[in-house]
Design a protein around this ligand. Sequence first.
Ligand code: AMP
Ligand code: ZN
Length: 139
Amino acid sequence: MNRDPDCIFCKIVAGEVPSFKLFEDDATLAFMDINPANEGHALVIPKEHATDLYAVSDAVLARTAATAKKVAGALARTLAPDGLNLVQCNGPAAAQSVMHFHVHVLPRVKDDRLAMNWGLKLGDIDAIGRLAERIRVWI
Ligand code: AMP
Ligand code: ZN
């Protein structure tokens, strides 16, 4: 499997960096974002390293989308958000900070005024871990 030794998400896939995993299969991994833009913010990645949308294969993209749908359903059951976005960023102007293809699964609260380039702010790690346990029940 294609891997970049300097990539933080490849390290998460390999278990070299800890994460709050929600789901994994042979091709994809879902885990909590540690800088949540909103409560329940999760990420879905292919296990294989691909930089961005241009680089990911159609087959892996489809698998990633399927996992994102699974996670979205679990988030909906756990948090009953007012809405939910799938967001995917390519390149610095689009606020891509990790160069390993990923999809944000982002619960929304009515009038949360979340902007597209929302910025990174470390969340409450213990609370994120507890929430991950509640979401996993629904996957
Ligand atoms: P993007 O800005 O679209 O590249 O999103 C990258 C996301 O990865 C950001 O929302 C970060 O908060 C998140 N992130 C970076 N490092 C980690 C990590 N070690 N564990 C969980 N999420 C991370
Ligand atoms: Zn990677």
